[in-house]
Design a protein around this ligand. Sequence first.
Ligand code: DX5
Ligand code: ZN
Length: 217
Amino acid sequence: MALQISPSILNSDFANLESELARIADADWAHVDVMDNHFVPNLTLGLPVVEALAKISPVPIDTHLMIEDPDRWAPGYAEAGAASVTFHAEAAAAPVRLARELRRLGARAGLALKPATPVEPFLDLLPELDMLLVMTVEPGFGGQTFLDVTLPKIRRARRAIRDSGLDVWLQVDGGVTTETIERAADAGADVFVAGSAVYGAPDAAAQIALLRERAAA
Ligand code: DX5
Ligand code: ZN
């Protein structure tokens, strides 16, 4: 699978989301961070906003649910038009049932791991998943520094995916810049979320192109 870039709109201008999405039309996805102020100490947006964005986005919506009780809420994001729905392993009561439900609704199912959550207990779930997200910062805020301590986990996840023969994507999220993306790609990530690196750049399209180039280097 080719390397993919999923800019996070978290640090974009929330008063102008339509034009902010237009800035990333060259990307593969638009990463939308849903936070509930319980799973993480921050609050962003929810179902009605995702539903509205899915209708006008030039690229498919990649939702990252940093919420409690995803078993109850995540299917709604698939129904709202999100093409990919990622929920946290630490929050899901029945991840297999939930992943199956998301796929049944036509979405790609993703499982996210916080930096201190080991990947090994979840490797048997790979056949149920379309994507594994290894968080490279503690979730909750944009603009944090990439945590190099997560690199061995990315490597182990890549090895397990390769051994399984499954087409599961490996996403990294947090602190991804034109510099850190090389380390993440080298460790085996193939889908890169970048928030401040893209929205903080004067020319988002040029920055996306540069991120792609560095990831492939
Ligand atoms: C953090 C979010 C990220 C965030 C990334 O909890 O999940 O998607 O927007 O922002 P940067 O790229 O600035 O670290
Ligand atoms: Zn995210």
